[in-house]
Design a protein around this ligand. Structure first.
Ligand code: CP3
Length: 336
């Protein structure tokens, strides 16, 4: 059993596994090199040799306890026939959502389009140490719908008029997405992924009255599916604040990733029966070594004696100096 799974399922507090969200990515020069030679990001994700190589890049440099497959949450809209493009410094751009095309999808076509992701997992599992986990992931339905239906009016705000306008489409696609996400996870698990993380990155933008229908219930369905598949599942409902508590009670994930707005003390006391992961602001990693270690120690001290996975409150920033990560990992492993 990997150190990660021992922590999540056995709730063993005696060791603290460590990995980082977005550990395979733009802060690594070896990733940037491959990326510069592959302009089309979706195509890169569909190249199973390169995707597997990128997945393993951070494990070659750092003593991490898990690899996370190099892919993207937006491979799902791609798999469902929506055009997805990534333009430099602009973020993802999706073609207009087309309900007819969406409803015409079937599972076989979807799996066929995403087959390289499963091949990448197979290839990676073969090369990865037995004691390391291989994490697969999906975006939660709401977060995918934000991109698919273009629900944001700027970086951090939902367009409430649009949300109203698109309500019927949203209610149509959430349950469909749930089905396809479970299919995608099933294929990833069968290919060798041993842990799942669900990213609900824009959960914090859901109006309170809709949290139950747009966040808790869709996450719960995926969690229940993972439990049926006997695969540990980590939820990350970013930005929902104190609603982490009802989320945890309703969704019942095996583990919860904290975001950096959550007070870790509050989490330790209120989310007592859950294995917790992450929390530290990724911005801290851009500061001095002393400030970084102070914050790492703060999280480790608070979560001493409870099952805790060291990670961040959101993904690593592109400006992060890779050399600091080895020192952080060493600090986590030597913490007494
Ligand atoms: O964690 C990993 O190392 C595995 C790979 C991974 C990527 N995206 C690769 C990627 C994972 C787990 C994701 C998840 C993802 N993708 C999320 C959820 C986590 C989060 O950050 O909230 C979201 C919201 C996306 C959607 C997405 N993909 C955006 C908004 C962007 C552009 C800006 C950005 O954040 O990088 C991407 C592109 C993307 N996905 C890149 C990488 C390495 C950068 C591609 C490039 O080189 O331009």
């Amino acid at each position: 059993m990997s150190k990660l799974i021992n922590c999540i399922l056995n709730k063993d507090p005696s060791c603290t596994p460590v990995w980082f969200m977005r550990q395979a990515g733009r802060y690594l020069p070896e990733f940037k090199k491959i990326r510069s030679e592959n302009q089309d990001f979706i195509k890169l994700c569909l190249n199973s040799d390169l995707s597997s190589e990128i997945t393993l890049q951070p494990l070659k440099r750092f003593n991490l306890d898990a690899a996370i497959i190099f892919s993207d949450i937006l491979m799902i809209p791609y798999g469902l026939g929506q055009e997805v493009k990534f333009e430099k410094n602009k973020g993802p751009i999706l073609s207009e959502f087309n309900q007819k095309i969406f409803l015409k999808n079937d599972k076989n076509n979807f799996i066929k389009r995403l087959k390289p992701v499963y091949e990448a997992i197979r290839k990676t599992r073969k090369k990865l140490d037995k004691n390391k986990s291989l994490i697969s992931f999906v975006g939660a339905p709401w977060t995918l719908a934000v991109y698919m239906l273009g629900l944001k009016k700027n970086k951090n705000e939902i367009d409430l008029n649009k949300l109203k306008e698109k309500e019927s489409e949203l209610k149509l696609i959430i349950p469909k997405l749930n089905e396809y996400l479970c299919t995608h996870l099933e294929n990833q698990i069968n290919a060798g992924a041993d842990t799942v993380q669900i990213f609900d990155s824009w959960a914090g933008l859901i109006p309170n009255k809709n949290l139950h229908d747009y966040c808790y219930i869709p996450n719960k369905k995926i969690v229940e599916f993972c439990k049926e598949k006997k695969t540990p599942v980590i939820c990350f409902p970013r930005g929902i604040n104190k609603n982490y508590l009802p989320f945890a009670e309703i969704v019942k994930p095996d583990c919860l990733n904290l975001d950096y707005e959550i007070d870790p003390f509050w989490a330790k006391i209120n989310l007592k029966s859950f294995c917790l992961q992450g929390g530290m602001n990724p911005m801290i990693l851009l500061k001095s070594e002393k400030e970084i270690f102070n914050e790492v120690d703060r999280y480790l001290t608070i979560f001493k004696g409870v099952p805790y996975i060291f990670n961040l409150g959101h993904g690593l920033l592109p400006e992060t100096n890779p050399n600091i990560l080895n020192k952080v990992i060493e600090r986590v492993n030597n913490f007494k």
